[in-house]
Design a protein around this ligand. Structure first.
Ligand SMILES: Nc1nc2c(ncn2[C@@H]2O[C@H](COP(=O)(O)OP(=O)(O)OP(=O)(O)O)[C@@H](O)[C@H]2O)c(=O)[nH]1
Ligand SMILES: [Mg+2]
Length: 327
């Protein structure tokens, strides 16, 4: 009891948000842990931070597991720091258990920046989230966006739906591929190419690099990349460990930023499309979470199912009734 009475009162998430805005990195990290845990208590803090958002430029980096994304990000951080930028990195991991704010595991190779006060690196586990990438990542990005970084980099593993979700958060999407041999080329996930603003072919020291690059070039030309008028998707050969091609990749990121900046109408339309998708997805997530809970609302949902099976209510009316009760 005595110990308790001397303990500092627990800070509320809004207190943490205020502290984070004043430069307290631990408070920012704790807020991200709250959104990682899908803790509803974070809501008011998110509202506060969102209003303080600065439209920080967000670069998404995606690609197959082990393609060298983190190694590339590590190199990009180094270049951005040389240019005097403050950089935040969010490494989204759909597979690992919650990191709970702990420092990053082996999968994130950016440890040399750990002591740099102008670099903020966090991993975010989205395992078990009904909404997958969207809700937790979106909220973590709200936190980072309010803190005045010059650039936020989001690393996601391109596996399943996540690879497409990234484009709803990022201004620029880099897809990292690696050389593949012979007939594997056709099996390469072409879906990833559709979301690419830039393609990095990493591990160009490995066999099959040239063949892979020329196949990707053809595929990228055929698809035209993301709809962005006047932008040809650059294909950049890299060796992340040695740092080869990283300066070119970094320059291409800046070129894409300038390109977006030169087309304010298209950029505005793109932002609005992103906001539309994120809003719809959050609504879907909420409905799904609500009806997945084995509580009162789930009963409502089960009752609707009973009604549909017994032809008492049609699916459209049942859905409308459920939505009317939605919070
Ligand atoms: N040979 C070679 N190895 C590389 C290159 N880039 C990265 N690697 C190695 O590839 C392995 C995976 O690199 P990461 O940067 O962790 O890859 P990742 O895409 O972030 O991996 P996940 O986050 O686990 O999906 C590491 O052992 C790196 O050292 C490269 O250009 N050439
Ligand atoms: Mg990684």
């Amino acid at each position: 009891m005595t110990a308790m009475s001397h303990a500092r009162p627990e800070r509320t998430p809004v207190d943490m948000a205020a502290a984070a805005l004043a430069g307290d990195r631990r408070a920012a990290a704790r807020l991200i842990s709250l959104v990682e845990a899908a803790d509803p208590a974070a809501g008011p803090a998110m509202s506060l931070l969102f209003r303080r958002g600065r439209d920080t430029r967000i670069v998404g980096i995606t690609g197959p597991p082990g393609a060298g994304k983190s190694t590339l990000v590590d190199q990009l951080i180094a270049l951005r720091r040389l240019a005097g930028e403050r950089v935040a990195v969010l490494a989204v991991d759909p597979a690992s258990p919650r990191s709970g704010g702990s420092l990053l595991g082996d999968r994130v190779r950016m440890t040399r920046h750990n002591t740099d006060a102008d670099v903020f690196i966090r991993s975010l586990s989205t395992r078990g989230h009904l909404g997958g990438l969207t809700a937790a990542t979106g909220d973590a990005l709200i936190v980072l966006d309010a803190l005045g970084f010059d650039c936020i980099i989001v690393e996601t593993v391109g596996a399943g739906q996540n690879e497409f979700d990234i484009m709803d958060h990022a201004d620029t999407v880099v897809v990292v591929q690696t050389p593949v041999a012979g007939d594997e080329v056709q099996a390469m996930k072409s879906g990833l190419l559709e979301i690419a603003d830039l393609i990095a072919v990493n591990k160009c020291d490995a066999p099959g690099a040239e063949r892979t690059v020329s196949w990707l070039r053809e595929a990228a030309e055929a698809r035209g990349g993301r709809p962005s008028p006047g932008w040809t998707v650059p294909l950049i050969k890299t060796q992340a460990v040695a740092g080869t091609g990283v300066v070119e990749l970094n320059a291409a990121l800046d070129a894409h930023r300038r390109q977006l900046g030169s087309q304010p109408d298209a950029s505005r339309a793109r932002r609005r499309d992103r906001a539309r998708i994120l809003l719809l997805r959050r609504m879907t997530d909420m409905l799904r979470a609500r009806h997945a809970r084995p509580a009162q609302h789930a009963n409502e949902f089960e009752r609707a199912l009973d009604d549909i099976l017994a032809r008492r209510r049609d699916p459209g009316s049942a859905a409308a009734d459920l939505l009317r009760g939605a919070t």
